[in-house]
Design a binder for this molecule. Structure first.
Ligand code: ADP
Length: 263
């Protein structure tokens, strides 16, 4: 693939074509490299829980384990299988997205009401972890979107805020509208993200803190899925963070054009 065509000096059509050809080859090369890395990373991620399951079951089978030990092994096996399930699910979503097989079912959606629903459904979980989860200003914001996918995005962001916050923390969701765009902010007072990590967190399997991500059962694919859904909606996602103080993820979507007022 390293063979590129030589760009002739004369400024003619052949020169233009050879430049375009070289650019296309370079893009292909990058795509191949990314694909190879993804396959390697995915194999590694899948192998780890399988190895744990194997080790645990071997331990249980090789000894005259008592009921308590069996219970511990089964609990571990159960947790690793659950993680494996999440991993396979997330990988499938991304593979389908890459293949262009996921289609959005778009309709006018009230982003503020989705934010309210997500807070409502995750309140109990937040309470269990002693984290305050609430909405702040919620301006009415109608966007053209796939409600189920947008809920997934907001859930993912709040889920991360919960996972990377400690007891006593606070998570706030707010929605505002300006310049024909809706802004949904998910702010936490959690561990924050280092500046050097911020540009990478949307990459597949990238984790700023691998130990913590593993402890909370993260797949390292949540934000990659978020980014895909946001892009498919022609939106954007921004991150601001201060390590040790917290992070704010902002989802930006164009507002749906309102129907003309009937005279
Ligand atoms: P994971 O399953 O590891 O949470 P994600 O793709 O959802 O994977 O996130 C990638 C990484 O970004 C996480 O491992 C974590 O290091 C970082 N991250 C995401 N959200 C937050 C947050 N709210 N606060 C601090 N770090 C975060």
């Amino acid at each position: 693939l390293n063979q590129r065509v030589l760009v002739p000096a004369a400024k003619d059509e052949v020169r233009d074509l050879s430049i375009i050809f070289n650019q296309m080859i370079a893009r292909l090369e990058r795509a191949f490299v990314q694909q190879r890395r993804l396959v390697a990373d995915a194999s590694h991620e899948l192998r780890t829980p399988v190895a744990v399951i194997r080790n645990m079951t071997e331990v249980a089978l090789s000894q005259s384990a008592n009921t308590e030990e069996y219970k511990n092994v089964l609990t571990e096996v159960n947790a690793e299988s659950e993680h494996l399930g999440h991993l396979i699910n997330d990988l499938l979503v991304l593979a389908r997205a890459d293949e262009g097989q996921i289609h959005l079912d778009c309709e006018p959606v009230r982003l503020d009401l989705l934010a309210f629903d997500v807070v409502d459904s995750l309140e109990v979980l937040a309470q269990e972890r002693q984290i305050a989860l609430h909405t702040q200003t919620l301006m009415p914001a109608t966007v053209l979107g796939d409600a189920a996918r947008l809920i997934q995005v907001i859930m993912s962001l709040v889920d991360n805020a919960l996972n990377y916050s400690n007891a006593g923390g606070e998570i706030t969701l707010s929605v505002e509208v300006h310049d024909a765009h809706a802004y949904l902010h998910v702010s936490d007072t959690g561990i924050g993200i280092d500046a050097k990590d911020i540009e990478h967190i949307f990459e597949r399997f990238y984790r700023a803190d691998p130990a913590r991500s593993k402890a909370v059962g993260g797949t390292g694919l949540g934000l990659s899925i978020v980014e895909w859904v946001v892009r498919a909606h022609k939106g954007a996602i921004e991150v601001r963070s201060t390590p040790g103080q917290g992070s704010t993820f902002t989802l930006i979507l164009p507002c749906a054009a309102l129907p003309p007022i009937e005279q």
